[in-house]
Design a protein around this ligand. Structure first.
Ligand code: AMP
Ligand code: MG
Length: 516
């Protein structure tokens, strides 16, 4: 196994001088060297062929013993020194101080085909940032992260990636619902990959500690490596960095809305400086359209991170990043202006995205979209099925769409809303006729933004239940299905279906806790 190593983060930023692995505050440093825990009996469950190639490895490499050893933490790749990053964050709106990689360990960075990849193990044991926890990850949450990161990429949504999923051979004690019923579960490790895992929280921790020297180093590192077009570091460049991160974050929020993704834990330590979806925990996919829905039981009361609030939280989080960067800029006005732009840009971007889903060339007016969204909510429309079916809508036969509409609804009261739907569909038909769009072309365009398949919560759960019993066939089946989420896949039509009734209240399908 030969990798083109090219470390950057640990070269540009200072290391914690303490090498022992015990929980502590780590001032004046960006990371701490750690050694992954030796797994009991590691075995490979799955690899992503695309990521394998991306990082410069072959199928042959993936079959080697060395591969399992390196990507389970059993062995350290020659010439590398694993480390955990130090970061802080706001959790559920409150400043939490130092958090850091409590169960992520960065192995190394590679540069392959001029692309930079940092590789990190999630669940490879304790670090100085583990606080009271064990640094491990269970199979169920690892499958969810593994499948979803790759699925998101193929949906076209910015995300961290996943290279491999391994079973550690060890057991992990978890109290899934924090109700005193802890059980032993299988331990697993995902090797995830991204150009960088730097989060808003990495900036926040330096700023909070008034460590301006390292704050500047981190900002300069980020600009030089990931935003090089912004130029030499100076006040204007830091403002430009904030502007680009803001734009990327807004784009991400709109993309999550488009595919019906709810992150579940949008704390500032889970916000990527590259605008990537990061840290797949108690996330979920909208089935019946409900802006108030969150899959995260830990957030069930406040619902801070509900589907319809993600864009608002995005800007709240950006404000924290702006505060963290302030000492480098020393002028609040340009930072505030950038945040204001996010807020004014949101609605037109949301409408543009929704219009695209409807196959409209012109961005629709807000009233029409709001009316449609209201009805989708009232009649419990499955977001994925409704929009995929809409590609078959005939503007000269709006009435004929009723069966397709019924197919997408979870509601027993759909008939009651027939007059409202008739009106909305008539308005829609009128818009399409006014645009004179060609039906086949329109359907093709719609099917490029409306996925046929997403990783519904119950699908991941089926893969998990089978995997717990040692059968990884559904993991593999879903992995392959989600490589082409916009394609018709006749053999996989069974996955183009509404959530089955059994999944409505089942743990892991509609409700998830942070326990993972
Ligand atoms: P999250 O909300 O899952 O992103 O995690 C918040 C913080 O808790 C991060 O600093 C994580 O590294 C840490 N954390 C979560 N789970 C564990 C665990 N099992 N062991 C150690 N640290 C953890
Ligand atoms: Mg996290």
């Amino acid at each position: 196994m030969k990798l083109n190593l090219k470390d950057t983060f640990n070269k540009a930023l200072p290391a914690d001088p303490i090498r022992e692995n015990y929980v502590r505050q780590v001032p004046n440093a960006a990371f701490s060297y750690v050694t992954p825990k030796t797994p009991g009996n590691p075995s490979l469950i799955h690899v992503s062929p695309q990521m394998l190639e991306a990082v410069g490895l072959t199928d042959q490499d993936a079959k080697s013993e060395e591969f399992v050893k390196i990507f389970s933490g059993a062995e350290i790749y020659p010439g590398t020194k694993p480390y955990a990053m130090c970061y802080g964050g706001h959790q559920f709106g409150n400043w939490a101080g130092q958090l850091g990689d409590g169960r992520a360990i960065n192995l190394f960075e590679v540069n392959q085909n001029n692309r930079q990849w940092a590789l990190q193990l999630k669940g490879a044991g304790k670090t100085p940032y583990s606080r009271g926890a064990d640094g491990l990850a269970v199979l169920r949450s690892s499958i969810r992260e593994y499948l979803c990161s790759e699925a998101m990429f193929h949906l076209g949504v910015p995300t961290t990636r996943a290279l491999s999923l391994v079973l550690t051979g060890d057991e992990v004690l978890r109290d899934m619902f924090y109700n005193g019923n802890a059980e032993l579960e299988k331990g697993a490790i995902v090797c995830r990959a991204a150009p960088s895992f730097v989060r808003f929280g990495n900036f926040q921790i330096f700023s909070w500690r008034q460590d301006l020297e390292n704050l500047k180093k981190l900002a300069d590192y980020t600009i030089q490596n990931f935003y090089p077009h912004l130029g030499a570091p100076e006040k204007e460049t830091y403002i430009a960095l904030f502007r680009e991160v803001t734009e990327k974050t807004l784009r991400l929020m709109i993309e999550w809305e488009r595919v019906g993704f709810v992150h579940g834990v949008m704390n500032t330590d889970n916000m990527s400086i590259l605008g990537l979806t990061i840290d797949y925990g108690p996330y979920g996919w909208l089935e019946n359209y409900d802006p108030n829905w969150t899959p995260n039981t830990t957030d069930a009361g406040q619902k801070r991170y509900r589907y319809g609030n993600q864009a608002t939280i995005g800007v709240w989080n950006l404000m924290q990043l702006g505060n963290a960067l302030y000492p480098l800029v020393e002028d609040a006005e340009p930072l505030e202006e950038i945040l204001e732009n996010y807020q004014t840009d949101y609605l037109p971007k949301h409408l543009g995205m929704m219009s695209g889903k409807l196959g409209l060339k012109e961005t629709s007016n807000a009233d029409f979209i709001a009316e449609l969204e209201k009805l989708m909510y009232q009649t419990e429309m499955d977001l994925t099925i409704l929009f995929r079916n809409l590609s078959e809508f005939d503007e000269n036969d709006a009435e004929g769409f009723w069966t397709k509409l019924k197919e997408a609804s979870y509601s027993e009261n759909l008939e009651k809303f027939k007059p409202q739907w008739t009106q909305v569909l008539a308005n829609y038909a009128q818009k399409l006729r006014a645009e004179n769009s060609e039906k086949t072309e329109r359907a093709a365009a719609m099917n490029r933004v409306n996925p046929k398949y997403v990783l519904r919560n119950y699908m991941a759960q089926l893969a998990i239940d089978a995997a717990d019993a040692g059968d990884y066939s559904i993991v593999d089946e879903l992995f392959n299905l989600l490589l082409k989420p916009y394609d018709e896949q006749p053999a996989a039509e069974k996955w183009y279906a509404k959530r089955p009734d059994w999944a409505k209240e089942k743990a892991g399908c509609s409700m998830l806790s942070c326990s993972s």
